[in-house]
Design a protein around this ligand. Structure first.
Ligand code: SAH
Length: 191
């Protein structure tokens, strides 16, 4: 089973166990829209989906539209970087805190590989994410250290995780054959 499937399974389980309301979720890197669709399937009232690439926004738009209304209307596609998350969350003031925020880092395999997420903006977005996560909320971060920018990014994210205070619990999930270049999944819980 892919780690992205593990992320879906573990998020669903966590939200169910903690009886979290499904008001607001964020897909910080929508790419082809798989996580946006997953969050809509979970029943979130609003799903904010970010990507810096027009191609990714278009792919996600198509995917969401194929789900039909009213599902498609719950997704707000945002053609901007996740480092600007705060600006958009404040527009949803009545439900400012998100119950789930997902990051699937790296590049879109079918697009320009230079359009990858980058450590510095990822950290800005992660800091915004922890500021805006509800109690018992969950953040997932898929890291792909198999390419140079991804290796730096994983190292930076790992260090950032160790600096979180005791309000936060983190978990590392690895695939069946862990090695330094293999993807990893981090889950971050607000205690
Ligand atoms: N690595 C995954 C797919 C990740 S897609 C896999 O192999 O399946 C990551 C997405 O993040 C891309 O679509 C890319 O355009 C987007 N992205 C890059 N920088 C971003 C940023 N600052 N804010 C939001 N999205 C960003």
């Amino acid at each position: 089973m892919a780690l992205t499937d593990d992320a879906h399974r573990l998020i669903k389980q966590h939200l169910t166990t903690h009886e979290q309301p499904r008001a607001l979720a964020v897909d910080a890197t929508c790419g082809q829209g798989a996580d946006t669709e997953f969050l809509l399937d979970l029943g979130f009232n609003t799903v904010l989906a970010f990507d810096v690439q027009a191609k990714a926004i278009e792919l996600t738009r198509q995917r969401v539209q194929s789900l039909g209304a009213p599902n498609s209307e719950r997704a707000k596609l945002i053609h901007d970087g996740h480092q600007n998350l705060e600006n958009y969350l404040s527009q949803h003031n009545n439900q400012r805190m998100a119950q789930c925020i997902m990051f699937n880092l790296g590049y879109l395999p079918t697009a320009n590989k230079n359009q990858t997420t980058k450590a510095d903006t990822t950290i800005i977005a992660l800091n915004a994410a922890i500021q805006n996560l509800s109690a018992n909320g969950i953040i997932s971060v898929m890291c792909y250290p198999g390419h140079p920018a991804g290796a730096i990014e994983k190292q930076t994210v790992t260090k950032w995780l160790t600096e979180l205070n005791e309000d936060w619990q983190t978990e590392l999930h690895e695939g069946a054959a862990p090695k330094p270049t293999a993807p990893v999944l981090y889950l971050i819980y607000r205690c």
